[in-house]
Design a protein around this ligand. Sequence first.
Ligand code: UT7
Length: 318
Amino acid sequence: MKIISTGSAAPELAVTNEMFSRVLDTSDEWIFTRTGIRSRRISTGDTALSMAARAAENAIAAAGIDRAEIGLVVCASVTNEYLTPSLACLLQRDLGLPESILAFDVNAACSGFIYALGIAQQLIPAGKYALLLGSEHLSRVTDYSDRSTCVLFGDGSGAVIAEKSDAPFHFVSGARGDSGVLYIGASPPSPNPFAPPPESSPSKLLHMDGQGVFRFAVEVMVKSVREVASRAGKALGEITHFVCHQANSRIIENAATRLGVPLERFFMNIETRGNTSAASVPIALDELNATGGLRRGDSVILAGFGGGLTYGAIYLEW
Ligand code: UT7
């Protein structure tokens, strides 16, 4: 599979650290030194679907393709307003995509876009295009009374158009089931006259043990990047760009040091985007692409980690 175009979308409102410091016991200094974040985009009306539709339109326009030739839509998200229909199905409707299509969502939190690409590579029909997205409306599940998480997350969407190709493409993935370190609860069950009421339900807002995720993130990023490079038969020194999940600049710096790769080869936009979960890798890819950073033939490693717990990495050639 080969990516032929990128696109992204985000809400207008940029919420700065200083704006948080007016409503929370926090500071720009704490947030920036611990995370690398200065501001993040927050929805004032956008949804995961509305942002996904704009990102998809951008990617379709950049590819210059006929949307009737899209045969696969995979959307990674944990913040769709509906359990069903999926974002991918709603995009089929809103973008006017053909009905003879395979359209579904992937729930792998911040690794979601990496999982979506890995799955798409197996499913993309010959002669058709795939529309692959990460889209998150995290502000709808953020606990704005928890200063250790609410300052981290932003909203946005990233999309790519891909086509079937013999170009090198390698995918590694992992999962380590854990509902304690990072979770977002579902709606409580409706009262059921045939079953006792549940003793408790997880909170519908995002909960995270930051240090637990930090340790996991560095460990699996280093492991999955090494593994995918080895599957591609490449030394890390031959990789032009590393585009990783933007959760914390210190995670990326730590992983770069352990991998022995200069930090300049790790793209970072966390300063202005915050953590947009499944959307972060495609948004980063689009920003790198839009600024002329990607050239045909470049060796690229994408890597993600997050809730599930999940992780994954992809090697591809641009
Ligand atoms: O995409 C999903 C994956 N998520 C991640 O990868 C997140 C990974 N984890 C992290 O990025 C970091 O663990 C955090 C940024 C979330 C937290 O940084 P930390 O260096 O691990 O801080 P901490 O949780 O150990 O907290 C240190 C102190 C605490 O105060 P005390 O107990 O030492 O007095 C916190 O209460 O910092 C305090 N603190 C804050 N202070 C000011 C926590 N949040 C804030 C805040 N402003 N926003």
